[in-house]
Design a protein around this ligand. Structure first.
Ligand code: ADP
Ligand code: ASP
Ligand code: MG
Length: 463
């Protein structure tokens, strides 16, 4: 089971999470993965930015805030007998964090490897708290820093697990605990390279950690506890009448996650596919609700367009060969090569016209490196005017309409486009994968909310 930031957000929430854990542990061996308490990762990152900018007061202030939040939670949660050890561990972990921050202050820099070590501190602190509470309640538990177990490549900030190595580490460190009836309390979000350099899996990465552990431990099921009743037809913050979906396929869940549904980290599903491990997305604030079952196939297929998501932090890049004589495919290949070189992900890609102009959507925070890579790769063509100057529109948003049952539904795309146009929202680009599981639209950022609501209503996705 994985508990997200809000599910670990206070002593009261940790008690609920621990009770859910203990109840499962009575039924079968259970491991849990925990996020940092809500907002803690943001605060850690903020502290490192202050460190880089040589602001010692801000570092001290943030560390004091972090200490107070975790100390207060520990006091509210733990018996007097267990408290001193927990407080000492909290202080020791925060001491490590402060040392790293001070190092950055001296350097005037934030080396990615040190950032990864520093920001995993949030998960380590919450793991200490819930493990101590579980032990106090008679459920043996051991807090474990996942840097010891999850082995990844060296892409700091967005690492990829090496599943075979991780599986071996899990067999070594976790299987004995499970066999002895102890709950491993694993930190979400972090790992380390094979030679021990700390890494993290990207923001929101605790979901991904949980699925990595589910794979490594051959779990029968993975339960992801969050603050909504499950995977919904749209972000409930954007669409008030969004409804909970009883079941979604791995493919639907992955499409939703990749296209901006924050409820799951985009890479969560990948480790589960091979072993077909089912997932329940559940609400720790409403434990009676059934949640969403995520599995390889639906029990009742053909349910049409079922959910719509959006992403605002994207940018569209357009490349246009100057004339039809230029081999457009070659330009495309070179451009994609440049993207691969800097590890940028293409969210949608669309090409048209005899000149083979094309445009693609990327994450906004990758825009500068992508532009630089493109300009370097296409330097000659740009210089000689074979390719027109690269154009950027960073005032756009991506919308995805998702559903297995969309396959072969004649007229659906037309209805979606009409619904969006009716709201006076201009459609800048369209892409539909050959799987027909998703229709992507690029619209002006200011039109995202209107378009999402219009599609949700037109497709009858709501309650
Ligand atoms: P956690 O801290 O538990 O990982 P997150 O905040 O990362 O929780 O994800 C849960 C949030 O995702 C919900 O509160 C909701 O606002 C948002 N969300 C966005 N799209 C969806 C969707 N399609 N279904 C459910 N929740 C969604
Ligand atoms: N604490 C991390 C974050 O805020 C990971 C997670 O919560 O999933 O990004
Ligand atoms: Mg999350």
């Amino acid at each position: 089971m994985k508990f997200g930031g809000t599910s670990m957000g206070s002593a009261a929430r940790i008690r609920v999470a621990a009770d859910l854990t203990a109840a499962q542990q009575r039924l079968r061996p259970t491991a849990i993965v925990v996020s940092a308490m809500s907002k803690v990762t943001d605060l850690l990152l903020d502290t490192l930015r202050h460190a880089e900018n040589n602001d010692a007061d801000a570092i001290a202030q943030n560390v004091a805030t972090l200490r107070a939040r975790h100390h207060d939670t520990a006091r509210e949660l733990l018996d007097p007998a267990a408290l001193p050890a927990a407080l000492a561990e909290i202080d020791s972990i925060l001491g490590e964090f402060e040392r790293i921050a001070k190092g950055m202050q001296l350097l005037g820099d934030r080396p990615p490897r040190s950032v990864d070590e520093a920001i995993a501190v949030g998960e380590r602190l919450s793991a200490i708290l819930i493990a101590a509470y579980l032990n106090g309640q008679g459920t043996p538990a051991a807090a474990i820093n996942s840097a010891r177990v999850v082995i990844t490549d060296a892409v700091h900030g967005n690492a990829t697990p090496l599943l075979d190595l991780t599986r071996a580490k899990a067999a070594e460190h976790l299987a004995p605990l499970l066999a002895a009836g102890t709950v491993p309390v694993l930190t979400g979000f972090n790992g380390a390279t094979a030679d021990g350099k700390p890494t993290t899996l990207g923001r929101g990465g605790s979901d991904f950690s949980a699925s990595i552990f589910a794979y490594a431990l051959d779990a029968a099921e993975l339960w992801i506890w969050t603050d909504v009743d499950g995977i919904m037809s749209a972000d409930p913050r954007l669409v008030p009448d969004a409804k909970v979906l009883d079941e979604v396929t791995y493919a639907e869940a992955a499409e939703l996650a990749y296209n901006g549904a924050k409820v799951l980290h985009p890479r969560t599903l990948a480790p589960l596919v091979e072993k077909k491990i089912p997932v329940w997305s559940k609400n720790s604030f409403n434990v009676a609700a059934k949640g969403t079952h995520i599995a390889p196939a639906l029990s009742t297929p053909g349910q049409g367009a079922r959910a719509v998501t959006s992403m605002a932090n994207v940018a569209m890049v357009s490349v246009e060969p100057a004339s039809a004589e230029i081999p457009g495919t070659r330009i495309m290949a070179r451009a994609l090569d440049a993207l691969a070189l800097v590890g940028a992900e293409v969210l949608t890609f669309s090409s048209s016209s005899y000149r083979q102009s094309f445009c693609f959507l990327i994450r906004k925070d990758e825009l500068q490196v992508v532009l630089q890579a493109l300009r370097e790769t296409l330097a000659l063509e740009l210089e000689h005017g074979y390719v027109r100057p690269v154009e950027v529109d960073d005032n756009v948003g991506l919308i995805a309409v998702v559903g297995e049952g969309m396959r072969g539904q004649a007229g659906l795309a037309g209805r979606v486009f009409t619904a969006v146009s009716r709201e006076q929202v201009n459609i800048i680009a369209i892409a539909q994968g050959s799987s027909e599981l998703t229709i992507n639209l690029v619209v002006p950022r200011s039109g995202i909310e209107k378009a999402v609501k219009a599609i949700h209503a037109e497709c009858g996705m709501g309650r």
